[in-house]
Design a protein around this ligand. Structure first.
Ligand SMILES: [Zn+2]
Length: 72
């Protein structure tokens, strides 16, 4: 599958490898590392148990989203 992000990610969060794999496996989301050179690990924001990298996440399935909703 090819995905080209056109807008800002829906989330920017720190994930350990275990929590990141949830998003990698979930077809409703697209996940990418923010900085592939990142060496320092931060606490995972999901499980707060392990450490991992910063990720950008897009929601691909947007059933409840429409253009009229706007954030402004
Ligand atoms: Zn985690």
């Amino acid at each position: 599958m090819q995905f080209t992000p056109k807008k800002k990610p829906d989330m920017e969060i720190t994930l350990c490898s275990g929590c990141a794999s949830f998003y990698y496996d979930n077809k409703n989301y697209w996940i990418e590392r923010i900085n592939k050179q990142q060496k320092a690990l931060d606490e995972c924001m999901i499980c707060r148990n392990r450490h991992g990298y910063d990720f950008k996440i897009w929601k691909l399935k947007s059933s409840s989203y429409n253009c009229k909703g706007g954030s402004q």
